[in-house]
Design a protein around this ligand. Structure first.
Ligand SMILES: CC(C)(COP(=O)(O)OP(=O)(O)OC[C@H]1O[C@@H](n2cnc3c(N)ncnc32)[C@H](O)[C@@H]1OP(=O)(O)O)[C@@H](O)C(=O)NCCC(=O)NCCS
Length: 214
């Protein structure tokens, strides 16, 4: 897809307005996903977006989109944007993006998409990288969720049983074998409903299924 950068799509510095470039990226990627699925598609996410260089007014904007990986109802699409100097034909990579699209029917129900036929080794490699990146992102998200769940349950349980967590000044006797020492510990009293809330929230995070499941 090719655009011409006109002043209406430029910022105060005379270069492309990022929002316009994002819009073009979305369209180019949607066309690519639609051609692959031969279904209506919606943008589920723009996972990555990098502006490497500005695009000057009067330059041609060349967008290339390609389905990198196809899953059940979703597709990962990579987009590159090059700016071409109309006088010299010189091209520069200005933007790259990775988006996810989901195929839907008219009622809004998800539809399966065909697998990606990868003709060359490069395409197979790119597809595997896309799949691996998605799995990695999901695994990272799930690990964070589990960690947060465990931390909330632990904090809630501690607050519930001990009624206090470190923060308020309180005189305490420390014992190490025969050695006794007096000192202050910073403690704050935690109300029981708050502790219970923390336990419930943590348990919900651990028990309820995540948003993206494969
Ligand atoms: C995108 C949308 C269809 C997902 O619906 P959902 O019920 O949450 O979908 P599910 O959790 O069942 O996931 C369905 C697929 O989408 C993927 N998905 C859902 N949310 C996602 C996200 N934020 N990022 C990437 N992939 C996502 C899932 O991994 C799953 O893929 P798979 O079928 O290949 O395994 C829904 O959130 C939606 O309609 N969003 C609004 C879309 C929109 O208006 N876009 C802008 C205009 S086009």
């Amino acid at each position: 897809m090719t655009q011409l950068l006109l002043p209406g799509d430029a910022n105060a510095l005379g270069a492309a307005f990022g929002g316009s470039v994002m819009g073009w990226i979305d369209i180019a990627a949607a066309v690519s996903a639609q051609r692959h699925a031969r279904q209506q598609v919606v943008t589920a996410s723009m996972d990555e977006l990098h502006f490497h260089a500005p695009i000057k007014i009067g330059f041609q904007v060349i967008l290339r989109a390609r389905v990198m990986a196809a899953f059940r109802s979703s597709m990962e699409v990579g987009v590159t944007v090059h700016a071409e100097d109309p006088l010299t034909g010189e091209r520069e990579l200005t933007t790259s993006a990775l988006l996810t699209f989901v195929a839907l029917d008219r009622a809004g129900s998800k539809l399966p998409v065909p697998p990606l036929l990868q003709a060359s080794d490069d395409e197979r490699l790119a597809g595997r990288a896309g799949g691996a990146a998605q799995s990695l992102a999901q695994a990272a998200g799930e690990a964070m969720r589990t960690l947060l769940g465990v931390a909330l349950v632990a904090a809630g349980t501690a607050g519930f049983w001990f009624g206090a967590v470190p923060f308020k000044h309180e005189e305490t006797v420390f014992k190490l074998g025969a050695i006794e020492a007096k000192g202050t510990v910073d403690k704050v009293n935690v109300p029981k409903p708050l502790s219970l809330g923390l336990v419930v929230a943590g348990t919900a995070l651990l028990v309820l299924p995540g948003r993206r499941k494969k």
